[in-house]
Write a protein that binds this ligand. Sequence first.
Ligand code: NDP
Length: 452
Amino acid sequence: MSVTEVINPTTEAVVARVEQTSAEETDIAIARAHRALPAWKALAPGDRARLLRRFAEAVDSDVDNLADLEVRNSGHTIGNARWEAGNVRDVLQYYSAAPERLFGRQIPVPGGVNITFAEPLGVVGVIVPWNFPMPIAGWGFAPALAAGNTVVLKPAELTPLTAIRLGELAREAGIPSGVFQVLPGRGSVVGQRFVDNPLVRKVVFTGSTEVGRQIMAGCAARVKRVTLELGGKNANLVFADADLEKAAATAPYGVFDNAGQDCCARSRILVQRSVFDKFMALLEPAVQGVVVGDPGNEKTEMGPLISASHLASVSSYVDSDTSVAFRGSAPDGPGFWFPPTVVTPRSAADRVVVEEVFGPVVTVQTFADEAEAIQLANDTEYGLSGSIWTENLGRAMRVARGVEAGNLSVNSHSSVRYTTPFGGAKQSGLGRELGPDAALAFTDTKNVFFAS
Ligand code: NDP
């Protein structure tokens, strides 16, 4: 049995030792999930709904504990961590309405009638990255369970603690044995079995584009359904007619939230040239005002990066040649700290402009007009999210339609609302999560003809 040490990124101390699930144990858990299917799927929709609501209530009563675990395991600020636990509760509540709304259709045909049924797929494997361990888990397992599937979930090796706790809460709430199992372990072991084991009928993957490609290839070999939520290099477009004070005051939170470890981080600010100087003058105090420090402190707005190796990766984007406009602060001493950093790149081909840094680093470039704004925003292999700041509704509409991304916000940095669909274009992913149709995406349409 191999054991991983879970490190607190704020103190670098070991907070827990977690047993890793082996490939054989993963297959045993998948077989258990498969055996649990018939009863779960046969449960009256209202009863499945009630169990999901009980699960939501169990999460609600444990919000403070879950949040505390996330602060220690992931270095998330306490305010964010509470929101994240509450998001799992809300997503469970939202999809608890789905079992009673998975309607089929009745279609008139010659000689009889056709009826369609939304049948659960079977065992669903959910693979979660380390950056938002709780919400990303919930966005997968809640609609999958609601649709009558059983779920095996693999948290990231670095951040398994809240997922393990969610598994316990599901059991305490009465979710039957085998219906929802959390399997901590390596991606190349546990995650790979989700892809390779034929009893798993769908893989929900959130993580890097590189691993996503491998998962998709593995699923293709088995004609297995897959949803991919991958990286982002999102534009924050600021037009001269925008409320510049608001755009500049909120821009740091659009990129430095969760220390920039966010697929939706607005990591490329694109400003109309005529207001560049004014915008930068407003942005500087906003960046320097970001409170970086102990994530357990209620006033803290940004904590550490997740690990020493991730700190090395983020640091590699800012060296002595990088044109840093200004920076915020970061504590000294233990912890994987990197200050909020604003870069004015020399070229649009610079690595810091092209690649997903996944840390608190933002580039600022300029554009002349709407056409160039759209061209620069789309000059990336990614297409996940973005923001458009303008007081001109027509322009907002034109630019939103022109930017190739799955989720855009006008005069806001909001990205994920569980009531609306979420997902990426281009290399940012495949398929959509959340929103009113997500439970249906965990079903297959069965078409039955009845001769009259
Ligand atoms: P990775 O792709 O490295 O890992 C994501 C998950 O996949 C982890 O649980 C990992 O396990 C697992 N995994 C790794 N290799 C395999 C494999 N061969 N087979 C199956 N599973 C595997 O990404 P990161 O953890 O580094 O997460 C950061 C990335 O996630 C960023 O690119 C970010 O943009 C993206 N992301 C996308 C989101 C979206 O919704 N579009 C949201 C959040 C993040 P292990 O525990 O071993 O690491």
